[in-house]
Ligand binder design. Sequence first.
Ligand SMILES: [Zn+2]
Length: 269
Amino acid sequence: MEKSIRKARFLAEMSGPACGSAAAEGDPLFLQPIGAVEHHGAHLPLATDALVADAVAARLVTERPDLDVVVMPTLTYGTSNEHVWAPGTVSLSPVTLLAVLDDVAASVRRAGGRRFAFLNAHGGNTNLLRVAIREIRVKHDLMTFLAHCDLPPDNGGPAGDPREEGLGIHGGLGETSMMLHLFPELVDLSLAERRIPSWINEYRALGFEQGSEYAWLSEDITVDGVIGDPTLATAEHGRARVAESVRNVAAAVEEMLVFRFGTGPAVRS
Ligand SMILES: [Zn+2]
């Protein structure tokens, strides 16, 4: 019974012919999770963003089997040049990442896919992904979309907990809580330290969301690149945040599956 209604699945677990017929017989959304491997302070693992992207995508498949979505293997690496000063960070250059995303999109199109989305868990990827979805739309005639697991305030997300003064953007309360819920064995809270760069809020015209901005490296912002307060993190907060993330992504995917521009065809072919 459950099998007959299950539409959501993982590309890596499908056969090639099954993938081809899923695209030919339906109009699934091919969903590409993307994270990063970058310094997150001493208390979190380097792959935090990739682990979160992977977990949210997996929960989407488990909790919303009705969605006609094909979840692709998580792209672990992203663009993390704001953290390259820190050991362990592995960053694809913007040019390399755009090329990789273009190749993935071309593969989706060859499989017969018409709808393609990124599910992003790293704020440093966001601007590049916005460029990528338009480039892919033009070049491969795919309907393209971008969703976020948990949008940070430096990329348009909510300001967050007032105890972090709206500055909990990297390795802080939110991210550490989600990891405490998802992968508690990978978190060492004994090494967590509060890092709130209050000086940022002394500037009125310049800032993360002020209209005018500066380029920053995480070492410019705090002594160890953590931006937020991981000492406030709890697994319970993480559980709620992950659940909200899955709900938000599911709501976005529902619309991506039916989205059309005006009355025209979704794609030209
Ligand atoms: Zn992160």
